[in-house]
Ligand binder design. Structure first.
Ligand code: ADP
Length: 466
């Protein structure tokens, strides 16, 4: 059911409930006060007749009847009866000729016992009253029809019914109008969001000035759009950079082939061209490998092979692997202040990716220092493990520091050195994926220190349990 209809219904039901309670209350209040007033009148009439009958020496039945007939009374078709202590009818009067009231013995006894009882007989309301005076004990009964009161009650019922139905319809209309107004901004937001596509991601929702829930929703959606646009832009930049990096060696390969095919060459010349092409192909292969690793590290850890990894063992592989990549590079490992227990050296993660991340940073330390040497420290801390990679190299200019983790970013002065500008960005993605972080400190001409913080396996295990 649409929300608009649900609000309208809720509003109508609530208003109907309140109106209904008020109507029922008014009706019963009126009915109660009517019957109370009729009872008082009938009781007074019964007492008066009792009083007259107790003065037999002054009032005969005929006289009392005359008094009864000349007394104006609100009720119609009155009947007045009186019984003596032997339950014999000693007086009767009816304003309508031939009219009477069926009174049982039991009813008279009841009145005698309780002093006063009220009852109804057909359309008549009646009171039976025990009257004691001048040594006489009588039961007088006064009855009559409250036609006027009942008519008023009926009119009141009609008025209340009409008011209730009119109120209900008004509440329905009001509820519909109210819900339409209330939901108007959300419809507007939905239409605006529908118009925003990948092509128009720069568009934003109008947030308005009122500090209400709709404003909050629009600003939250705008924040989401900002983040989406940002990641779209990053992706676009990434794709254009990657295509550029791939097309450069491809252009070089095709032009080398084209030039060498223009005329006959000797074997040495062909070999030279092939070697150059081989280098370009290796460059492309390295780049595609790095891009693949990038894609792997860009997702969630869900698809990765996760295991307990001993970080000291990962670091121990570095010296040989770095030398394998470049014979001139060297790595010095420092494992002081290590915990005695093995658990203190464990992290939860993907060993291959962790090795790639640390190796990238170590390779940079060798690449960007004259002695081509990286010094690696392993520390155990409260929060987990800390790997520090130091070099005494060229350093990084302060203004470049915030950008070096962006994909394809390279410091201008170092562009002649081999690289794609992806190593640090890949490393920081991998470390982030492992819930860690990378910090950098650098001084131009003196050297650079990268610090990798990784949460210890204990923390992951306790998070997994909670
Ligand atoms: P690259 O392939 O260019 O090395 P990276 O993403 O690994 O790409 O590094 C980005 C840039 O950061 C490098 O081009 C380099 O200018 C700078 N850089 C990274 N590590 C160091 C370091 N240890 N010393 C000096 N500069 C560094």
């Amino acid at each position: 059911m649409p929300v608009k209809l649900r609000i309208t219904l809720l509003f109508t039901v609530l208003a109907g409930l309140i109106l209904g309670i008020v109507c029922v209350f008014v009706y019963y209040y009126f009915e109660n006060s009517r019957t109370a007033s009729i009872k008082t009148r009938l009781t007074n009439r019964a007492i008066t007749v009792g009083r007259l009958l107790s003065q037999r020496e002054i009032f005969s039945n005929e006289l009392i009847r005359r008094i009864d007939s000349s007394t104006s009374f609100v009720l119609k078709n009155n009947v007045i009866l009186a019984y003596n202590s032997n339950n014999q009818k000693i007086y009767s009067y009816s304003s309508l000729t031939g009219d009477s009231l069926d009174v049982s013995q039991q009813l008279i006894d009841n009145a005698r016992k309780r002093g006063k009882i009220t009852f109804t007989a057909g359309n008549k309301e009646a009171v039976a009253y025990r009257y004691v005076a001048n040594g006489m004990e009588l039961v007088t009964i006064a009855a009559g029809e409250d036609a006027e009161g009942k008519e008023d009650l009926h009119s009141l019922f009609n008025i209340l019914m009409v008011s209730f139905l009119a109120g209900l319809s008004l509440a329905g209309l009001g509820g519909y109008y109210f819900s339409k107004r209330l939901l108007k901004p959300i419809n507007k937001i939905a239409t605006d969001v529908k118009d925003i596509s990948a092509m128009s991601l720069s568009r934003r929702l109008v947030t308005g000035t009122a500090n209400d829930e709709w404003h909050h929703l629009s600003t939250t959606l705008n924040d989401l759009l900002n983040r989406l646009q940002e990641s779209f832009d990053i992706q676009k930049r990434f794709i254009s950079n990657a295509s550029h990096e791939l097309s450069t060696p491809l252009t070089s390969i095709s032009s080398q082939i084209e030039v060498s095919l223009q005329r006959e060459r000797n074997a040495g010349e062909y070999k030279e061209v092939l070697q150059s092409i081989y280098q370009d192909v290796m460059h492309m292969s390295n780049l595609t490998q790095t891009l693949l690793q990038f894609a792997q590290a860009s997702g969630t850890p869900g698809g990765l092979e996760i295991a307990l990894v001993r970080i000291d063992e990962v670091l121990l592989r570095l010296p040989s692997e770095v030398v394998k990549a470049n014979k001139g590079y060297s790595v010095l490992l420092n494992f002081d202040e290590l915990p005695d227990e093995e658990e203190g050296l464990l992290v939860f993660g993907n060993e291959h990716l962790l090795f790639t991340a640390i190796k990238n940073i170590v390779m940079n330390a060798c690449k960007y220092s004259n002695n081509h040497q990286a010094v690696v420290w392993l520390h155990s801390t409260e929060a987990g493990l800390k790997v520090v990679v130091e070099d005494k190299g060229i350093g990084i200019p302060e203004e470049d520091l915030p950008m070096i983790f962006q994909p394809f970013y390279r410091v201008n002065d170092n562009k002649q050195r081999e690289g794609f500008g992806l190593g640090l960005s890949l490393a920081s993605r991998i470390i982030n994926l492992h819930k860690g972080r990378v910090e950098v400190q650098s001084e131009l001409g003196k050297g650079t220190t990268f610090t990798i913080h990784l949460p210890g396996a204990k923390q992951f295990i306790s998070e997994g349990k909670s």
